[in-house]
Design a protein around this ligand. Sequence first.
Ligand code: ASP
Ligand code: MG
Length: 636
Amino acid sequence: MGLIVQKYGGTSVGTIERIQAVAERIHTTAKAGNSVIVVVSAMGKSTDSLVKLASEISSNPSRREMDMLLSTGEQVTIALLSMALHEHGQAAISLTGAQVGIVTEAEHTRARILEIKTQRLERHLKEGKVIVVAGFQGTSRSDQLLEDPDMLGEITTLGRGGSDTSAVALAAAMQAERCEIYTDVPGILTSDPRLVPDAQLMEEITCDEMLELASLGASVLHPRAVEIARNYGVMLVVRSSWTDQPGTRVTSPAPQPRALAGLELGNPVDAVEFDTNQAKVALLRVPDKPGVAAQLFGALAGQALNIDLIIQSIHEGNSNDIAFTVHSQSLAQAASVAEHIAPTLRSSYGGTISGGGAISGGGAISGSGTISGGGAADEAEVQTADHIAKISIAGAGMIGRPGVAAGMFSALAEAGVNIQMISTSEVKVSCTVAGDDCDRAIATLCKHFDVTNSPARLDQAQLTAANLPSVRGAALDLQQAQLAIRYVPDRPGLAARIFQLLADRSISVDMIIQSQRSRPHQGQMTRDIACTIRQDDAELAKNLLQAAAAELGYGEVWINKDIAKVSVVGIGMAYRPGIAAAMFESLAAADINIHMIGTSEIKISCVVEQAKGVEALRVVHSAFDLAGSETVEVPA
Ligand code: ASP
Ligand code: MG
């Protein structure tokens, strides 16, 4: 019998009856011969109540005092739960984060865990005690204390929702057999059940998928906890504390051995990945109407062509550009599908397409390789380029750390590498560059992010994923706004400057899309860059960027808050053609227009009009047979 870490969230310990029920479950686990470490949250919504009390006194309370205040919530629960265990005749002891030795950086209200001392835990476990640890808190590190003795015993908290992180970190440090996260839902669902009534429980999901589904799952499982589980190979289960149902297993591949020191402070980027075997195809000036992406990718899927990156950027007038990458061997076939489709797209929608006059032909693509272009300036046009490389930085640590993408762009700029296309997801930023720039780009990025491994895309772990489901879940994000910057000069360094400006003001950028089309504007080649950011940040971002427009030489900046982002995530989609096509077809069938598309290997995201968001989520969810017949009980 091994060591099990169990974490109980606020509602699971929200009342005295709940605490007693939880004590019974813990007692049963211990009686079966397991060692048990329990991590608890504050009771019910008590952390929210404490935040409210503070706000009644100050609009800007000191972060140190906030930690002092909020950490009390968990302290109530550990004492009561310990007493409840004693009532069962179960030996138990409650410990605060400081008493355990959960050492964090000295960043109040958002500290990351540096180290967990295990001696005291081991001693109490040997004594046969269940240890009940206060989640979400720690104490700041001692060498910072040596310099400043006043820092002694500073209480820190890990940020809202941080008890999950405490639990998984304890499981990693103690090499627990597994970590069980008990909550008020039965596990991870295929979508938000309030929006999609037939959402189903997943039996299993990988940490990578879970991270890409952060906007769906973050309230159930904190992304920082998933990051630790993945890095240390902690076996994680999310389940209900009301039932004995098995819940959802959150799995990770066998991890690289890793020191426990600096536990949470891993680099924001843990791999620089590349694929030199890529070619791209772009369809320029296709009509901005529902069904276009569906038709194109449906035809490609019909030829069993596996598409990698897909990018559709902001439209101009009533036309869009769609670009995608394929393996070099498939270029000719993909290009001929696109050539074939271009005229039908146009004729089926008819009408005049504006904006064409300003656009030059094929020669406008920068980078090396053969470029073909055709058609008159006002017609849809296919461009292809071979010998391009896709370079990605990947790492869960980039969630919540603005500036990682900007860091990538500026490192590439310093190395003189021009970025052709950009597509980002939750835990990945991918750029296409000229094939000849690949080695230089990788070397630069490894140095910049202090990364030693730079795997080619199809490593062994991913190959074994080939029989995993193509789509695991679907998520909707209604909190985003679209931000577009027109006529950005097409030369190294501009994307870096733009995203650094935003990062400097802590504006997190979600999906960044740099389009295919480059076109002359006021005597230089330019591209448009679009991204999504939180709606609350939209005005500030627009003002910041407008103020820098003259200096950086780009044109108009606009925002659109009226958007929704719909995403599907699944590790198997990297190996199966037709997944993007199926998503686009389901949207087209519902007459939903796609404003932007961005992808990573395991995620496809579409930006649509906000009013269509929920419908889009539902049609996509049912297109992939994620729905089930069982009703999943979830609390209101
Ligand atoms: N009690 C803290 C919060 O409400 C930490 C947690 O429950 O994870 O954010
Ligand atoms: Mg939580």
